[in-house]
Design a protein around this ligand. Structure first.
Ligand code: ADE
Length: 229
């Protein structure tokens, strides 16, 4: 999978060089390229923002650098990429979104800062690829970078081969609409706290039903909204 990221803070994405995703990049499963939006400016100050038409607080990202960056990265490429703009005003990012995007051969992430990007950029981008505005959750970050880091991790680990044991992807929170069951390892007693005896019983059927009950109980307690869905 090819992933391009456009940002005015490209070094934030240095963190993608470590752990599972770092390994996946080294092995060629993920081809991640990070671009500095300021490289697509032509003035001495490498300006990427300006005051909003109509007035109001804050600054808006200018369309020209975005146009040049998108032409360079997404222009005329085959197949057309999915172009994701992280935004608190977008559709909600879920495990289903991650799974869907993990099937795309080419993702482009455009990280906005300040009060956002000139709206015309989204319309222009839709000429080059499938545009998605996606929110990490109902809160406001200072910019899209941290949201994109989270999305790349959630999407990247679903690309076949990135996570060594594919079974570990199946029994996780949100994959079956429920929260994950609790896990324990040795020792069987730690600081007077015992591992639930059923897990030591060797009875696989009993373990499976206990885990299922735990999933339902936890979901009811912590995330009743998931059961309502
Ligand atoms: N940029 C700022 N806040 C955001 C959020 N909640 N999700 C995605 N991108 C954002």
């Amino acid at each position: 999978m090819r992933i391009d990221v456009v940002s005015i803070f490209p070094t934030i994405f240095d963190a993608l060089e470590v752990s599972l995703l770092g390994k996946a990049r080294q092995s060629g499963l993920l081809d991640v390229r990070v671009h500095d939006l300021r490289d697509y400016t032509h003035d001495r100050h490498r300006t990427v923002d300006d005051t909003p038409y109509g007035g109001g607080a804050g600054m808006v990202m200018k369309p020209e650098p975005w146009g040049l960056a998108l032409d360079d990265i997404a222009g005329g490429v085959d197949p057309r990429p999915v172009i994701v703009f992280p935004s608190p005003a977008g559709e909600r990012f879920t495990q289903a979104t991650a799974r869907e995007l993990s099937q795309a051969p080419h993702l482009v992430f455009g990280c906005g800062r300040y009060e956002g990007i000139d709206e015309r950029v989204f319309d222009y981008a839709s000429e080059l690829g499938e545009v998605r505005l996606i929110s990490l959750g109902d809160y406001v970050l200072n910019g899209g970078e941290v949201a994109v880091m989270a999305m790349i991790e959630a999407i990247g680990r679903l690309v076949p081969g990135v996570v060594g044991n594919p079974e570990s992807l199946v029994e996780e929170s949100h994959e079956d609409g429920l929260l994950e069951y609790p896990s324990f390892t040795k020792p069987a007693v730690w600081r007077e706290r015992e591992v639930p005896p059923v897990l030591l019983s060797g009875n696989h059927g009993a373990v499976a039903s206990w885990r299922r009950e735990q999933q339902i109980e936890r979901t009811r307690e912590r995330r009743p909204d998931l059961l309502a869905d």
